[in-house]
Design a protein. Structure first.
Length: 72
């Protein structure tokens, strides 16, 4: 849930890069506000790497049935 809310937030903060010309001084040179918005791209990359490292969900029933309890 946190990653989906993060994605929505990042989409809305990056949107001015494409909709407003005030965040660009020249063709490729962003203003200070534009640089702050571009910083969010690094945050998105970090979020994707965290999401990719999460373990895959397996059904709990399969885990319980496949590994019997043993006590030593």
């Amino acid at each position: 849930m946190a990653l989906s809310l993060f994605a929505i937030h990042m989409f809305t903060t990056i949107l001015p890069l494409f909709c407003m010309s005030e965040v660009w001084e020249h063709t490729i040179v962003p203003t200070l506000e534009g640089q702050y918005i571009i910083k969010n791209i690094a945050l998105i990359a970090c979020a994707f790497s965290i999401f990719a490292s999460l373990p895959k969900n397996e059904k709990v029933e399969n885990k319980i049935n496949s590994s019997p309890l043993t006590f030593s």
